[in-house]
Design a protein around this ligand. Structure first.
Ligand code: FAD
Length: 404
């Protein structure tokens, strides 16, 4: 099959990209390994999606449905149950696998939008037994919201990122007793609105500066031991507390899914995702990327904006346009994550920034641009447009947050 643009991944980023490619009049094929498009949105049945993009509060499936309908209306070719197995960078060919067998797609440009995966229990090196009853939050969420199965009866949650907080509420609503959420940082990892709506409103305790130090149980999980940690995250002896639970839910972070491109393109050192310019272009000029495979975004709306950008410029590339030169964007003082990696003046620079620590009052400095923000926390991503005039003549753009 020969096309102008292939989009890998039918989540929020991939759907937005495919629509933009089609708007530009280029031929696009969207490849999704799942049986339907929507990605992670399909299992996020809570509300809180679309406040920026649609100025409405939608659930995940509602948000996905709008894009799915648009794909159908535009007659965009979607290959579901199809997995992209390999990529030939020189020939611009992709090997895709489905029930029908193996197929080769030949393309002029590519948008990679493969999302993220969850950090697993094995990587935490928690001592103890290895019983059943330990789930990542996304797996537990899929069990409950898509497959209608409960993971257990009494649960403890490790990690107070948004997924952990949302699962605390979801489990409670489904009749599971949630004994608490454990967080090793001295502040919650998720959005403030989720701490209030998911924990405080349901009386679920949050144990800050604490972590799981042991899991016990023969067949099924029986006990989880939690201890306080010091400023280096080392458990403090004598502070152990035992929780009798049959379920431990882990919400300990998402990791950009980059395996297919990992050895081919540059990686963003701050997000560990695929490095891109503000047009979504990677270090290989015909490959574009967007969404959680580039950096973990807080909001789906941001993912959609970036998906649209990558789709637009992939289509223009396929039609023969070329872009650049690009200026490097780097993380400076107090900046943990910055996306994108390069600024291409073809579009204004929209920056996504996470600070390294909690900052009560901080001044974002980018070229001659300065703006003061209050209550900056690493868990809440800043999205800031930097007008071109502030970046003129710079050979490198350093993004800093100065404490005030
Ligand atoms: C539990 C949870 C709660 C959230 N709550 C909110 C909220 O309240 N409000 C909000 O705005 N945002 C929320 N978000 C964030 C938002 O949902 C995500 O940032 C966004 O949906 C990610 O979109 P994506 O397209 O980057 O990735 P995904 O949705 O993960 O899509 C990636 C797609 O690529 C496919 N894929 C991967 N590799 C291949 C391959 N090799 N071949 C074919 N297909 C492939 C996958 O099957 C998947 O469908 C939440 C996220 C999570 C996980």
């Amino acid at each position: 099959m020969k096309v102008d643009v292939v989009v890998i991944g039918g989540g929020a980023a991939g759907m937005a990209a495919a629509l933009k490619v089609s708007e530009q009049g280029a031929r696009v094929v969207l490849v999704e390994r799942d049986e339907r498009v929507g990605g992670i949105l399909n299992q996020c049945i809570h509300n809180g999606f679309g406040l920026h993009y649609f100025r409405e509060e939608l659930t995940g499936p509602e948000y996905a449905e709008r894009f799915k309908k648009a794909l159908e209306e535009k007659d965009i070719e979607v290959l579901t149950n199809t997995f992209v197995k390999a990529l030939d960078v020189r020939e611009k060919k992709l090997v895709v696998v489905s029930e029908d067998g193996i197929r080769i797609l030949e393309t002029k440009a590519l948008v990679y939008a493969a999302g993220a995966r969850e950090r697993a229990f094995g990587s935490l090196m928690v001592p103890g037994d290895r019983p059943s009853g330990i789930f990542t939050a996304g797996v537990a969420q899929r069990f409950m919201n898509v497959e209608n199965r409960l993971p257990g009866k009494r649960a403890l949650i490790l990690g107070s990122g948004d997924i952990g907080l949302i699962m605390a509420r979801r489990l409670t609503l489904e009749g599971v007793e949630v004994v608490g959420v454990v967080e090793r940082l001295p502040y919650p990892g998720g959005l403030l609105r989720n701490v209030i709506q998911c924990l405080e409103d349901f009386g679920i305790p949050l144990f800050l500066s604490s972590t799981v130090v042991e899991v016990r149980g023969r067949e099924r999980l029986e006990e989880v031991v939690v201890a306080k940690v010091d400023e280096n995250f080392q458990p403090i002896p004598g502070t152990e507390k035992v929780f009798e639970v049959d379920t431990l839910i882990l919400s300990v972070g998402l990791i950009p899914q980059i395996e297919l491109l990992e050895d081919l393109v540059e990686v963003n050192p701050t997000s560990k995702g695929i490095a891109t310019s503000n047009l979504g272009q990677t270090s290989i000029e015909w490959i574009f990327a967007a969404g959680n495979c580039t950096a973990i975004y807080d909001l789906v709306d941001y993912v959609t904006y970036e998906g649209e950008m990558a789709g637009k410029y992939a289509a223009l590339y396929a039609k023969g346009e070329r872009f650049g030169p690009k200026v490097a964007v780097k993380a400076g003082e107090n900046v943990m994550v910055v996306q994108p990696n390069w600024y291409d003046p073809s579009e204004e620079l929209t920056l996504y920034v996470r600070t390294r620590k909690v900052i009560e009052k901080g001044r974002l400095v980018v070229g001659s641009f300065e703006k003061t923000f209050e209550e900056l926390v690493p868990s809440e991503m800043l999205r800031v447009k930097i007008p071109r005039r502030h970046l003129n003549g710079l050979s490198e753009i350093v993004v800093e947050v100065k404490e005030e």
